[in-house]
Design a protein around this ligand. Sequence first.
Ligand SMILES: NC(=O)c1ccc[n+]([C@@H]2O[C@H](COP(=O)([O-])OP(=O)(O)OC[C@H]3O[C@@H](n4cnc5c(N)ncnc54)[C@H](O)[C@@H]3O)[C@@H](O)[C@H]2O)c1
Length: 450
Amino acid sequence: MTPQHLDEKIEPLYQEVLQRNPGETEFHQAVREVLESLGPVLVKHPEYTERKIIERICEPERQIIFRVPWQDDKGQVQINRGFRVEFNSALGPYKGGLRFHPSVYLGIIKFLGFEQIFKNSLTGMPIGGGKGGSDFDPKGKSDDEIMRFCQSFMTELYRHLGEHTDVPAGDIGVGGREIGYLFGQYKRITNRYEAGVLTGKGLHYGGSLVRTEATGYGATYFVNEMLKARGESFEGKTCIVSGSGNVAIYTIEKIHELGGKCVACSDSNGVIYHQQGLDLELIKQLKEVERRRIKDYTEFHPDAKYVGNGNIWEIACQVAMPSATQNEINGNDAKKLINNGCMAVGEGANMPTTPEGIKVFLEAGIAYGPGKAANAGGVATSALEMQQNACRDSWSFEFTEKKLEEIMIGIHKACFETAEEYGYPGNYVVGANIAGFIKVANAMVAQGLI
Ligand SMILES: NC(=O)c1ccc[n+]([C@@H]2O[C@H](COP(=O)([O-])OP(=O)(O)OC[C@H]3O[C@@H](n4cnc5c(N)ncnc54)[C@H](O)[C@@H]3O)[C@@H](O)[C@H]2O)c1
């Protein structure tokens, strides 16, 4: 069902990636996962080998690392590190989010930027791949501190951005508030109201309806398509969603709309289990408005159970949608999910399943939708935001959501059909990697040796 090994022509290329990027384990993992799918592509396309497309695609076009000094509320000077990796612009301006989290280092940004190339290609929109962020920890910071940090971050980054050059968005730790501060500083420095330079903006200054919901809604549409392909639906299914941030919240919302029942979610401290179904309005209030911990859910629902440092994947479900962070499902977690009757996994988060976990899912033959396909609805809607900014228009919620749904159905179709064409029916990993890669590779061949 799956290659899970490197073709003999590709193995030396992977070894070179390891040597050239020492210590960047997440980047190695993301590269290996794509390269494992590409053996049969090189057989059909010898021009990719001649033009060294794989070697070029694994080397970012540009990597920017910078100092971000800022002052906290006590007047103390703080220093963080900022990153922007402009990975590949074959299909359009670099596009990808900014992550603010203490775990951020170059290897995390490069894994995210690398995946973004293929994800953006799958959307069918004209966007290249990039990613950025900082090791800044927004947890516990005041609004003023967040603003000062964002202003300092943008004071360096602005020179590398532009609506036709590089267009960042949000990711972990970067939501509407941060995008607002970043946009304000960009506008101030450049003296340009260039709405298309950032996406995820507020609705009153150039944002798009559905962008907030897009990644979660899109991931749920993708799982719905995988279920349909097996004659199934969300109706009556018990689901679990890890995380309780932007992606998790709107995944839960769409699951409920499609007739599923979501019984568990989490944050980095612990897990909430609520057998009768999660109270989403409460989660929105706790997380989006009051920025509290998920533990507080039990204050309002004493019949729910909170487990500090718990493992959400031990809870029985038919559909699991990891929506927190990378490598949150290991091989053992995957086995537990399968043994408890899980039939579909859709990744809202980026690379949430370890290679061992992926192997378990593929060998069990369940519907497994990898992040670069399943969570592409967020960046696709960012591209819709750019379209609206370019023609100074704003579309209705219904119109934009319809477009998102069509894009997700299209991504599912491309992955499904490509997997079949290359002899791995039902394997969305192979389908996503090959379909995403070929478009970028063809554009790189056409654009010459740059
Ligand atoms: N926001 C988007 O549009 C978008 C698009 C595609 C993919 N993603 C991916 O989705 C995932 C979630 O992003 P988000 O935008 O919802 O971020 P967010 O900051 O809104 O929420 C992140 C959630 O994950 C939890 N979390 C973070 N680190 C954790 C850890 N180490 N252990 C356990 N829980 C942890 C947090 O507590 C929070 O509930 C990330 O992998 C991100 O790259 C986001």
